[in-house]
Write a protein that binds this ligand. Structure first.
Ligand SMILES: Nc1ncnc2c1ncn2[C@@H]1O[C@H](COP(=O)(O)OP(=O)(O)OP(=O)(O)O)[C@@H](O)[C@H]1O
Ligand SMILES: [Mg+2]
Length: 150
């Protein structure tokens, strides 16, 4: 599905719509956030993490690589692979131990093998001062979610 996002409020609304179609148990789900520098990946991540019940700031994981959130209803791992150069480093950051929550991954192209194991791809592109979003289901359960979003 595609949606034009004129402003950050529209990004927030899209994240809320997506959450409305995700299952209550999102353990083991992987959502890839793609887009150029400044395309709005972190804005979308912040919107989703906030919609999932987090209050307060959502710091960029650029240096920590992983920012964990233990919320009342969800575990989330916000991951930024910008500084990662190969899949080997995923093991180093403990990727396999993050199975108990939602993995929300910025710069997933740094580890090309990730797409095969992911559920959703959220692609953000510049549209002048606004953005265009595309959400694609990568797994059967991911496609079910995307088909349900209007
Ligand atoms: N839908 C939108 N419409 C207009 N501006 C937006 C939208 N979404 C995000 N922005 C703006 O784009 C800028 C960059 O956003 P953000 O930091 O989320 O991008 P990013 O893709 O995470 O960047 P990076 O590649 O550096 O991690 C911010 O100033 C943000 O407010
Ligand atoms: Mg970012």
């Amino acid at each position: 599905m595609r949606r034009h996002l004129p402003d950050v409020e529209a990004t927030n609304a899209l994240a809320t719509d997506l959450l409305g179609h995700l299952p209550r148990d999102i353990a083991g789900w992987t959502v890839l956030l793609e887009g150029d520098l400044g395309a709005g990946k972190s804005t979308f991540a912040r919107a989703l993490i906030t919609a999932m019940g987090h209050t307060g700031i959502v710091p960029s994981p650029t240096y920590t690589l992983v920012e964990p959130y233990q919320l009342a209803e969800y575990n989330i791992y916000h991951i930024d692979l910008y500084r990662v150069s190969d899949e080997e480093e995923l093991r180093y950051l403990g990727w396999n131990e993050l199975e108990d929550g939602l993995r929300l991954v910025e710069w997933p192209d740094r580890a090309p093998g990730l797409a095969a194991a992911a559920d959703l791809r959220v692609r953000l592109d510049y549209a002048g001062a606004a953005r265009d979003a595309e959400i694609v289901g990568l797994s059967p359960r991911g496609r079910t979610v995307v088909n349900a979003i209007v």
